[in-house]
Design a protein around this ligand. Sequence first.
Ligand SMILES: [Ca+2]
Length: 608
Amino acid sequence: CPENSNYTSCGSTCPATCNNAAMPADCGASTCVETCECQEGFVLDAGKCIPQAECGCVFEGRLYGLGEEFWGDNTCTKRCVCDAATRTAVCRKASCHAREECRVEQGIQDCYPTSYGNCTAYGTTHYKDFDGGRFIFQGTCVYQFTGLCKKTQDLVDFQVLVQNGQHNNQLLSSIALVKVKVYGKSIVISQKDPNKITVNNQLANLPYHHKRKISVYRSAQDAVVETDFGLTVTYDWQSQVTVVVPGIYADALCGLCGNYNGDVSDDMMMKDGQTTLNPDALGESWKVADVPGCMELSKEQCPTLLEATKQQEVAEKGCGLISKVDGPFSACHALVDPFKYVQSCVHDFCLFPDQQAVVCQQISHYAATCQAAGVTIGNWRTDDFCSISCPANSHYELCSQSCSQICSSIYTPVKCPERCREDCVCDDGFAFSGDECVPMAQCGCLYQGFYYKLGETFHPTKQEKCQCQDNGSVLCEEVPDTDETECKVVDGVTQCQSDTLGTCVVTGDRSYVSFDGLAFEIPGACSYILTETCAGDDSVMSFVVKIEKDSRQKRKVSTVQALSVEVYGLTLTMARGKTGTVMVDSILYNLPAILNGGQVQVHQHGTG
Ligand SMILES: [Ca+2]
């Protein structure tokens, strides 16, 4: 028998529940059944015996949970809450907003939006704001894409930030990072961590759920952040970000996406309320954070645009594909006018002629728009043009509507898309687990809203160490909470480590002291790996530290000429005689430098 119940050979056919009034009137007192009967003071609720005091409220014959909010009528004019103290429903007058209507969706009556606003940035980097305004902005700092500005009680506060990529001091083509701040969570989707996200700086697999308020999942090639109040943010880990907001946010938003008041003439409004025609001025006003070396310097005009247009319009493997009369998108031309898409494709090609990906992103944007409109498109990718390399055990499909081959669908329902999309689909017998296709039997675990791959270990709290095991079960054990172990989030992974640091020292011409204290001498004057993480251990962050000694000349000692650290895909070089600076890849930074969003910090300490 379940908890708080006992077996009886002759129990009531109508045991007491939280809603006794809903019991059939003809409950025969004379008949009895073999059953598990709730103990004294407990009643049956959803198959469990719970204390009677934990029962919810009965309102007009229906049972509601403690604290649950619901509509007390079917026209959404009476909002009720099941009061936990009195266990009765307390109702007040209420109504839907102007841009909402009262209806039933998936069995739930509520106020639902009648319209949605849509703001997109794609390519290098073309913005289309909520009211349809278009501009190009390529600033590489962190900017407010959109967010709530007119705060009211009814609207949930949120903020969406974006950052363009930057590479070797060249403006790179596209949005590289999207940050969604809502309900106290900061969710980052970044080019740097494909197929993953970070939640409050903690690296996480998809899907991720926070109560019933936020859910982040993968849909085709996109990460989708969805909230319970109708905000949807989509980013493809490459270049395209889309924010959809319900109509009640009209005229309450601000940022690069504009105010969403239906009037395009007051878009490109800077933070001080002035409108501008200069996207860089607009961007600068919505800057929320600096990144070392970041700037607003959009390349809007391309001097060779005419030539580029001529070349691309006829190119078999280029922008011309979009509008080609008998091409893969011909069925779409009537529904989605290709003109603007070809234009922005040619524009991006002109700015970045040596980056094929730029053209691919533009064509892919048109392809996705066509598919969203329900058009069947032809195959437009080839092995040597915009090919998608799918991970192991998966294959590319032009029109995929799959939503079942996802491990997490075992535990929580997965939204199936209405229309098909280009996607990498797991081969038969495989399912998507985090960022890879694994045999169905090797699916992972959902635990406290996070998804973990099979075998993955994690620390939900300082005192707990858990592992995802077979069949989705999670085994946790307590870890001794001693002062020597300190847990912290390192690159989004909670790591508990000893706070005693290992130290390895190189001094002078030839002296070395190893981590474990062995002193030895090597007089050589080459480049050496001082230390590096050895392959085979995924649990630690990988890095390499190298030293370069200058070739010994007569009567000169061979001192360390340069020290380089390779970590997080960056190469940091500190060179002799260049005090106060660090070379990051090929760019010289003045100290202190904060890199990769704070993952690497370089600062001067004493004279070093
Ligand atoms: Ca406007």
